[in-house]
Write a protein that binds this ligand. Structure first.
Ligand code: CDP
Ligand code: CDP
Length: 212
């Protein structure tokens, strides 16, 4: 029997990992897990409890529930930073490994994050590393966040987003445990000049090739 299909989608912040992973899962009828939500929910819990996310977050990581993952206040700048801080703690990562592996074991899955192809599923059949320039990623994240495309200080706002993405990527790439890094056998998709539809089409071609 062939092992269930696991597709790892890693890359820096706002590269389009989640968008691609969700669409791939739909196209291939696989379960989808946004692993960043686990770190976001842990960071959110630290903030709500009045705790500094740079301090030990084990207790909050253990308490993450499905309800926490569906909260609507996980994608705010404060939680971006808190998630990255709790994610640098080896003990927190250890606690969250099991949930991620268990999710995909039976039926396979598409998972997006930072360490899916390197740590969580080093044997995943397909590993994609999605990238885009800092400028493109900042513009995309700004468009996701803002309700006003005609804001007079638009460029200054985008520059601030770029600054935050850069700081978070630097922290995620330089941490000792499970840093943001492409697996040696990951296939890179550079998305600056591609629409989300084109990225999906490219990823589906790669999947077809790798699973023949
Ligand atoms: O959507 P975005 O790329 O901005 O972030 P995310 O994927 O939701 O991840 C939030 C934070 O969680 C990241 O900055 C990482 O510090 C951490 N993370 C991680 O360490 N490992 C993962 N597999 C997923 C997220
Ligand atoms: O998960 P990650 O933080 O890597 O990125 P995302 O939340 O999927 O979002 C990136 C944003 O860029 C979304 O609004 C997408 O519609 C948009 N986008 C994309 O994902 N891929 C492209 N090739 C172009 C735009």
């Amino acid at each position: 029997m062939t092992a269930p299909l696991i597709i790892a989608v890693d890359g820096p912040a706002a590269a389009g990992k989640g968008t691609l992973a969700q669409r791939l899962a739909r196209a291939l009828d696989l379960p989808y897990l946004d692993t960043g939500l686990l770190y976001r929910a842990t960071g959110r819990r630290m903030l709500d409890a009045g705790l500094d996310p740079a301090t030990t977050a084990d207790d909050q990581a253990r308490r993450v529930t499905l309800d926490d993952l569906s909260r609507t206040d996980l994608r705010v700048p404060e939680v971006d930073r808190a998630a990255s801080l709790v994610a640098s703690q080896p003990s927190v990562r250890r606690i969250l490994v099991d949930i991620q592996r268990a999710f995909a074991t039976r039926h396979g899955a598409v998972l997006d994050g930072r360490d899916i192809g390197t740590v969580i599923f080093p044997d995943a059949r397909v590993k994609l590393f999605v990238t885009a320039s800092l400028a493109a990623r900042a513009r995309r994240r700004w468009e996701q966040m803002t309700a006003d495309p005609d804001a007079p200080d638009r460029e200054a706002q985008i520059a601030r987003v770029a600054h935050e993405l850069e700081a978070r990527d630097a922290a995620d790439s330089s941490r000792a445990v499970a840093p943001l890094r492409a697996a040696p056998d990951a296939i890179h998709i550079e998305t600056d000049d591609l629409s989300a539809d084109e990225v999906l089409a490219e990823a589906l071609r790669i999947v077809a090739r790798m699973t023949r």
